[in-house]
Design a protein around this ligand. Sequence first.
Ligand SMILES: [Zn+2]
Length: 145
Amino acid sequence: MNRSILTIDYTETTKDLLDPLDAELLDKAARAADGAYAPYSRFLVGAALRLENGQVICGNNQENASFPAGICAERTAVFYAHANFPETQIRAIAITASPCGICRQVLLESEKRAGVPIRVLLAAGDKVRIFQSVKDLLPFGFDSF
Ligand SMILES: [Zn+2]
């Protein structure tokens, strides 16, 4: 039997200290939240991801009276990116909330699919947490052995 201690690598900062590209991505995520359809939870979430070619794709949560049919902001953006740019790597994503487990798995698989880390920025108020890889958000995802 082996005991292990897991270390999570992230940086905590504030919005005013972000570099311009990160600040732009987070700003677009915040603006995307304004377009969310969340009449049930009233929890508006936005996401914005940057592809390797610099293009930014935004998403927001879309709820439905049939609850399982709804989708989170980050999955809206990620699936749009994969559907329309299947060969293009996602390099970074900014989200205005902490992702759920399903979204963490989707982001992890996107990272594996691309073969390069996805930089993740999570915002809460003025605070921002920056992860250099989705692996730090979900160290034991499916297929982690
Ligand atoms: Zn989610």
